[in-house]
Ligand binder design. Structure first.
Ligand code: GLP
Length: 280
């Protein structure tokens, strides 16, 4: 059970942004008229409860639409969710054989077979054990000659699949989502991104030497992410508390890319207690 939910940020927004659907009974308050819930925050006791809750939500969406298009994230945060979903598949509570997936990002340049690639991470931690056929699991190519064409093609594939139904996100300590780093402007579509010093530092835990840590990545753009019909952002641990506060309660700013999620009509932010620490 969540410790608390419905952190409600009320702002006047156009009617078109009103979220009328209530996917989880009892958790959503809609204020009609000028004010609406923009970001729904659910705080869980710990990482395990967070992962179980997230899996319940994702599982429910898949039961409703077995051929759902899922946007997936790498990083350590969604690992618990992936483990739970794999458990649900093994217990035959859900079947992921029909879903189509698109990952947010991939390092550049990197060979997909490298054990440091996000492709490798996803294949071992989710796609294979969850029974997602390889032809349905997509991720930006980390080694291509024509980056622009490859990015355009990724956008085209997402479009052809019908767009993303549910996008799962983690968050960087600097408020990035995917590899959309803080800056004066954010890029709309899939693109080659230069990683910020904070991100390179955070990612260094996965590499042997600092020199091995990639400086670039291919990432879905902010527009690609915002076009998803529903978004689920997960954050765990006190290192994410400041970024979460800025994203959920702060001003909209390109310096905190996740703050733009306040404009999305259907976002759920799932936090453990540490990540929610600064929300007050
Ligand atoms: C990387 C990924 C992001 C992820 C972030 C947080 O930068 N590109 O998509 O959200 O790391 O990772 P973690 O969940 O390991 O903290």
């Amino acid at each position: 059970m969540p410790l608390c939910s419905n952190f409600i940020r009320e702002l006047p927004v156009p009617d078109a942004c009103v979220w009328r659907d209530s996917p989880i009974d009892g958790l959503l308050n809609i204020t009609r008229g000028e004010k609406v819930v923009l970001i729904r925050v659910v705080v869980l006791r710990d990482y395990r409860s967070l992962s179980e809750y997230a899996a319940g939500l994702v599982g429910q969406r898949i039961m409703r639409k077995p051929a759902a298009v899922l946007g997936l994230a790498s990083g350590s945060t969604p690992l618990g969710l992936y483990r739970e979903l794999i458990g649900m598949v093994k217990e035959k509570r859900i079947d992921l054989g029909q879903v189509v997936t698109f990952n947010l990002d991939e390092y550049y340049p990197i060979d997909r077979e490298s054990s440091q690639s996000y492709h490798y991470f996803m294949r071992h931690n989710f796609w294979e054990p969850a029974g997602i056929p390889p032809e349905r699991a997509h991720i930006p190519a980390g080694k291509v000659d024509d980056i622009a064409a490859s990015c355009l093609d990724y956008e085209r594939q997402i479009r052809r699949a019908g767009g993303i139904d549910l996008q799962i996100l983690g968050i960087g300590v600097n408020g990035h989502i995917g590899f959309n780093e803080p800056g004066d402007e954010l890029i709309r579509k899939t693109h080659l991104a230069a990683l910020s010093p904070e991100t390179i530092e955070s990612n260094s835990r996965f590499f042997e030497t600092a020199a091995d840590v990639p400086r670039m990545a291919i990432s879905m753009g902010m527009g690609t992410i915002m076009k998803a019909r529903e978004i689920l952002l997960l954050a765990s641990g006190s290192s994410k508390a400041a970024a979460i506060k800025e994203a959920v309660k702060g001003e909209l700013s390109t310096m905190v890319p996740a703050s733009l999620l306040q404009l999305h009509p259907r976002v759920t932010v799932l936090l453990d207690r540490e990540a929610a620490r600064d929300l007050g």
